[in-house]
Structure formats: structure tokens, C-alpha cells
Design a binder for this molecule. Structure first.
Ligand code: PLP
Length: 412
């Protein structure tokens, strides 16, 4: 008697792998606003990702620094799980027992008085822009509707219609007009251009201490100090977008610290949510954030109990200095090894701490793809830059292994 069909030796139905099947679904039903590497992640632990077919990869991107503390960091998942069994959302209509402690502890970490919590980085940037304008009209005395904010070429501050209004990246900006007025954009690192762009109606200067999406662009030494001094002299707010550069990435809590600069306003995001939930915040002193009255700004999810519980744990972890130290020490090793790449392969190496932009002579995408085959995940930014930003929990031998693979991929 023939066995049931299932018991018969079945010919392979098709050559379609789980990866291909899942990628086809994404291709078919997701808007094509990203160009991901052809891998489908199923699990993660620390610096390692596992795909749906059980292959392991070292994550050298860390979700653009949102996973600074590693995937499923046990301290952070424990805090999240504890909170999920208590209360997760009340909205700001009611206070909750993690809100006061979160804003207090984050303000203290930043050396400021006040925190305005939001969710995504773009919301944090929008909040900072609104803060600067409102402060400009109500405190600085700028005539109504006249405020301007200076930004820099190559900036990346998020994707809202206002934020892309001052982008200089055609992909990010084109076809989204009409654009929000009130912004002036000058070359990054150009102090004289900044000075010339500022006037009595300049309420703020919005700056990335190191430009992340632009390719880990480090400004000329002294630039941040000059921005600080010009803002002070002009009575304008220095607004540091530390969403990607902050919270340990460069070897300091904030990238501004490298020049001993304290901005008037910090914008934080990405790693603040511990790689679990989106958490962003604007942090400043009372004379700045004190301009908001009830009803004038807000967010349903901003400062929610789960976000605050995770954010508090992130702040506690940063207070030990351990992650900053890892980034400094391992970052020095990373840059020392990258610096030894022959110049016919790597045109330029930029960055600080465990953060590097490797500028190639040609397209970076094929290198990302070769590295994926070798078990290392990175992502190109723009055409010719590879960005390396591993979780700060990476071990030295893991970093060395990833760099060995990078050398192989670059020579391939
Ligand atoms: C990622 C990023 C943002 C935007 O954050 P989202 O959470 O994606 O909205 C803003 N500024 C900088 C510097 C960033 O790197």
C-alpha cells in the first residue's frame, strides 16, 4: 500500500528560500522607501543577528546607534518587562511614577534643568525648532514671524516636511514642497559663513556635532567651540542634535564634550530608547524650555511609562561611564586598524570612538553585500561611504574579526 503523500520522498517544491519568500512579501506590499540588504533577521543577541535561515551576522550598524547597548541588553529588557507588568501608557493627561524620575535623571545627566520627552528623533528636532522660535519671540524679543534658524549643508535631522525643508540632500527633499521658510543653510564647518548668516533674528543654530548620515563627517577642530561662541555673542540658542552622536557613541556622553562645549539645547533619541522603543527628548535649562504652557506642545506617547522605564535604565547605564570608556578604547583600536588600510582602497577614514565613515573610491553597496556574505552587516550611506557603528558592547576580538572581514571584502 502506498504511503500517504506526506511520507513519500517529495521533490523540492521550488528553490524559493524563506529569505526570498519573505523578501518578496516586503517588496510587494511595503513602500520602497528603503533599499535593505537581502537578509531577513529573526533574532538578535548582543552584537549578533540571526537570520531566518539560522545564519549569524555581526551587526556593525546597530540601527544607526539606536542599539548602542547591544540587542536585547539584559538590563534594558528586564526594565521593559518589569514595566510591562505594571503600566505602559497613560498619556500625559496623568502623571506616572517613572515620569518625574526620568526627566530628573536625564536632566541631571545633561547638566540641564528640564526635559521635554517625545518619541522619534524627528519629533525631538521639531520640538527643538518650536522651542527656539517660541523662545525667540517670547524671551529674545524677535518680531513676530521673523525668526530664522541656521542649519548646515549635509545635515540630517529627520524626515518631516519642515525638517526636509532645510535638507541639502535631493533624495530627502525633492517633491515635498512647498517648504517651511525660516531656515538658512551654510557649509558645515565654515565659521565665517555661519557668522555672516546670523543676525538679530537668529533664534538658533542647529548642528550635528558630527554629521552621521552625511557619512560620519567630523567638523574641523574648533568648529563647535566657534558655534558656541557665536551663539553666545549673538544671543542665539546652540542646538546640538546628538540623536546619533550622543549617549556614548563617540567615547563621551555627548560628542560636544570633545571640544568642551555645552550647547543650550540637546536633542536626544535613538539609543535613549535602548533599542526597544522610540524615545527622544529635548533637554535645556528653564529659561528655554520654560516657555511651554499647557496645550502648546505635546505627544500622546511622549514620556510614556514604558519609555521612561527604559530611558531611566539607559541613563543609569551611561552614568557609570563604562560604555563611553568602551567606545573610547575600542574606538582607538578601530581607527588605528582602519588607518592602516591602503589609500588605494580607502580614500579617507573619518569618525570618533566606535564610529567610522570609510570613504571608498567606488560604490560602497557591493562591499556591504560582500560583507553580508562574510557575516558582517554594515550599510553604505550615500554612494561611496561605509558607516561602521557597532554596538558599544562589542568585544575586541569580535571587532577584530569584523575588521578582518572588512579587509577581505574591500580587497574582493
Ligand atoms: C536618526 C536621526 C534623526 C531622526 O531620528 P528618527 O528617530 O529617525 O526620526 C535626527 N537627527 C539625527 C542626527 C539622526 O541621526
Amino acid at each position: 500500500m502506498p504511503g500517504p503523500p506526506a511520507a513519500r520522498a517529495e521533490p523540492r517544491r521550488s528553490a524559493v528560500t524563506p529569505t526570498e519568500e519573505l523578501r518578496a512579501m516586503s517588496d510587494e506590499h511595503s513602500a520602497h522607501n528603503y533599499h535593505p540588504l537581502p537578509i531577513v533577521v529573526a533574532e538578535a543577541d548582543g552584537v549578533w543577528l540571526t537570520d531566518v535561515e539560522g545564519r549569524r551576522y555581526l551587526d556593525m550598524l546597530a540601527a544607526y546607534s539606536a542599539v548602542n547597548f547591544g540587542h536585547r541588553n539584559p538590563r534594558l529588557t528586564a526594565a521593559a518587562k518589569r514595566q510591562m507588568d505594571r503600566v505602559t501608557l497613560v498619556s500625559r493627561a496623568f502623571d506616572h511614577d517613572n515620569f518625574g524620575p526620568f526627566v530628573t535623571e536625564l536632566a541631571e545627566l545633561c547638566g540641564k534643568d528640564m526635559v521635554l520627552p517625545m518619541n522619534s528623533g524627528a519629533e525631538g528636532v521639531e520640538t527643538a525648532l518650536k522651542t527656539a522660535r517660541k523662545w525667540g519671540y517670547e524671551v529674545k524679543g524677535v518680531p513676530d514671524g521673523q525668526a530664522n534658524i541656521v542649519t548646515f549643508e549635509g545635515n540630517f535631522h529627520g524626515r518631516t516636511t519642515t525638517i526636509v525643508s532645510f535638507s541639502t540632500d535631493a533624495d530627502a527633499k525633492d517633491s515635498y514642497g512647498p517648504y517651511t521658510p525660516g531656515f538658512r543653510t551654510v557649509p558645515y564647518g565654515d565659521v565665517e559663513a555661519l557668522r555672516a548668516a546670523m543676525d538679530g533674528d537668529t533664534v538658533g543654530v542647529l548642528v550635528e556635532p558630527i554629521q552621521g548620515e552625511a557619512g560620519v563627517n567630523v567638523p574641523p577642530s574648533g568648529f563647535l567651540r566657534a558655534v558656541r561662541d557665536l551663539c553666545t555673542a549673538n544671543g542665539s540658542l546652540m542646538i546640538a542634535d546628538e540623536i546619533q552622536s550622543g549617549l556614548g557613541r563617540t567615547g563621551d556622553t555627548f560628542a560636544c564634550e570633545h571640544e568642551g562645549v555645552v550647547p543650550d539645547v540637546y536633542i536626544l533619541g535613538k539609543a535613549l530608547g535602548g533599542g526597544i522603543v522610540p524615545v527622544s527628548a529635548v533637554v535645556a535649562d528653564r529659561d528655554v524650555l520654560g516657555v511651554f504652557r499647557p496645550g502648546q506642545h505635546g505627544s500622546t506617547f511622549g514620556g510614556n511609562p514604558l519609555a521612561c522605564a527604559i530611558g531611566r535604565e539607559v541613563v543609569a547605564m551611561l552614568k557609570t561611564g563604562e560604555y563611553q570608556e568602551r567606545s573610547r578604547t575600542l574606538g582607538a583600536h578601530l581607527h588605528e586598524r582602519l588607518g592602516r588600510l591602503p589609500s588605494d582602497i580607502a580614500r579617507q577614514i573619518r569618525g570618533r570612538g566606535l564610529w567610522a565613515g570609510v570613504e571608498l573610491h567606488g560604490a560602497a553597496r557591493p562591499v556591504s553585500e560582500r560583507l553580508m556574505e562574510l557575516g558582517v552587516l554594515v550599510k553604505e550611506t550615500h554612494e561611496t561611504t561605509l558607516r561602521l557603528a557597532p554596538p558599544l558592547v562589542i568585544e575586541r576580538d569580535e571587532l577584530d574579526w569584523a575588521l578582518d572581514q572588512l579587509e577581505i571584502a574591500l580587497k574582493g
